[in-house]
Every structure is written in structure tokens, then in C-alpha cells.
Design a protein. Sequence first.
Length: 426
Amino acid sequence: MKKAFPTFCLSLSIIISVISCNSKPKEKKNKEHNTTVQKINFDQGKNISLPYLVSTNETTLMSWVTKVNDSTSQLNYATLEDGNWSSPKKIVQGQNWFVNWADYPMIVENNGTLLAHFLKKSSDETFAYDIKLNLQKSQDSTWQTELPLYSDETKTEHGFMTLLPYKEHSFFVTWLDGRNMAADPKKDSGHAGHHGTMSIRAAEIDKDGTVLSEQILDSNTCTCCQTTATITSNGPIVLYRDRTDDEIRDIAITRLVDGEWTTPKFIHDDGWVIGGCPVNGPKVDAIGDDVAAAWFTAANDQAQVKVAFSENAGASFLKPILVSNVGTLGRVDIVMTDSDHAIVSWMESIDNLTYLKAMKVNKLGEKFEPIIISKMDMSRSSGFPQMERTGNKILFAWTKVGDGTSEIETASVELNAFSNQSLNTL
């Protein structure tokens, strides 16, 4: 049985100190194939960040946040059309937003209806903010903005959202919900505290924005790692960083089976004991019953990125595949390309240089030579790079930072470029 613990998010410097202990390669096996990465122009200024990519129903979208001025933010999106980005469209603009490098807004489409979210401060407390939904119905030209997702009014953290197209005219959503972390009013009147536990919840949202069947999935999770979910042929599955009584923070899964969510369990026993949130969540993708998951762990002070496949819609997973253990920063993404293969991306820092890399792996453990997508800034400001498949290409988006500015860069790589040479044969 789980119990409450004091909670906090680890600073970047602590995480880097763990990684730096493992940043010096013992031998030079990390050759990168010289593959052309095709940049896609996205010239929307130097005050934009937090890109999010989604590809559904043959439509590829990207949302991002524009800093209009010191007090005003704006959520925008564009569509990839014939290999180029369309003119940007505004979803919503406002003040008192919670704009965070790791907890970013998203957009998704289902049969012409668009659903997006952003985060808005609910009080002056640092981590007190709410999820605000925004809906544009099919054939409509205007957005319904700041729709509610839940009735909870505690001044606590609500975020780390995942949005997916679900049934023909609905969406599946999951998020971290801090309502049980509210301060005891008898001890700390009117202030958001960290006395309880973070939970993860899920719901279905219909085409009119009505929230259906909200449920709690786990009452004690890591406090600020991204959630992830996918729809298998058996229904939704949700992966997230869990938290046990002993402060083990490995990746857990729960599945919707016959209308009930299964008891959460680890997809692999890494045994990462850590006294705070590493702000480094998993990613998952599925084709039918075949599932691929990617995650970061630093169990035993060994920073690693791993991938594991499932052949039964997440009921069990095959042996994990080690993708990176040299200077890895995590910040992963994953896309399945067929029932046996996936492309995984991650950030890696070696010899004072940081890169966004991507690699093809298959469920039998075969790995192909990694491709450097771009140099990166290792700071929080660079956020979490995004990856999606669009046609026969893999699309990437990331935040480029420097001199107090930030801009978004995008690029694509032909899918067949990831199969040039198997590392297992080197």
C-alpha cells in the first residue's frame, strides 16, 4: 500500500551530476551515420518554444507557444502541407499562463475536430495551475476556449497532459492531478502544499467538449514526469513514472480492459530509487496489439535510455533494449514504423556537446546506427524534442535557444535512412 511522502522536483544540476559520472565513453563505438537531415523552414520569430507534433488521419500538426510580451502568451498551430508549414493560426491568447519547459501544451485532431490545452495559474503559489481545454468543432472557424476538464478547485498542480484521438468522435486524455497534495487547511491555511500525493487520472471527451467517465488510475505517482498513452486494438494504455513507498520511480502501465483499468505494474524493474522527480517521462506508441515504449532511468547511478516491446497490447513486455548509456539526458520519444520496429529519439551530451539523436530498433534487440538530428542546448530551455511519422518520413521539432531568445526548428529524415547499418553486426 502506498503512503504520502514529501515531494519535490530535482534540479537540473542534480540530474546532470548523475549523468556526468557516466559521460566518458570507454571506447569510441558511437559512430553516427552521415545521413542528410532535411531542415524544414519555420521562421516564426525568436520568442517561440514548446513545439508539439501530432500526426493523425493523414494530417500533421504542430502547436507551440509564443511569448507576446512579459505577461501575455499565445498558443498557435500550423499544418504540414506538401512538406512545408502552413501559416500559423491562433488558438488562444491570455495572461497568467503557466509556461514550463517540461509541461507543454498539446493539440490533437479527430475527424476534423481539434482539441488543445494549455496551463493557467490558479493562485500565486509556484505550482498551482489548471488545465484549460480548447475545442474547435469540425467545420467551425472559431475556438471554444478555457473549457474545464475537472471540477476540482484545489490550488494545486494539474498538468503533464496526454491527448489522443479515441473513438470516432471523441478524445482520450490523461493527466497528473495534484488535488490530494493540497495543504491541510488546519495547518497551512490557503496555501498549496506538498503534503499529499500526486495522482494520475484519465477521461474521455466528446466532440462537444463534454468530459465523460473521469477515473483515477493511480493515487501515488511521481510528481512532474510526463504521462504518455496510446490506443491499442484492445483499448487505451497509459504509461507514467510511478512512485512506491520505498521511493522507487520506475515506469508503470495500466490498461483499460473490459471497461476496467488494470492494477498498475512496472513494465521493467529498473529499481531506480530517487528522492525527487527527475522530470523525464516515458513515451509509448502502438500498432494494433504491438507496443513500443521508451524511457530514461538512472538506477544505480547509470543514466540510460531503454526501449521495450510488447506483443499483447501491453499485458507484458519483452526484455528491454539498451539504447544509450553514454551521457544520456533522456527526453525520449518513440514512433513504431511496423509491428517489429520503432524509431526512438533522445538527447545525449558528450565532450561538452549535446545532440538530439534517433535510432531504429526492433523487438528482437537489433539496433541500427544512430543519426544525429541536431546539436542541442542541454538546458531546460531546450525542452523536450518531438518526433512523429508523416508518410515515409520521420519529422522532428525542437526548441533552439541562445542569447535570451528561443525559436523552433523542424526537420525530417527519410524512413529508410534509419536502416543503413545494424550495430549488431559491427
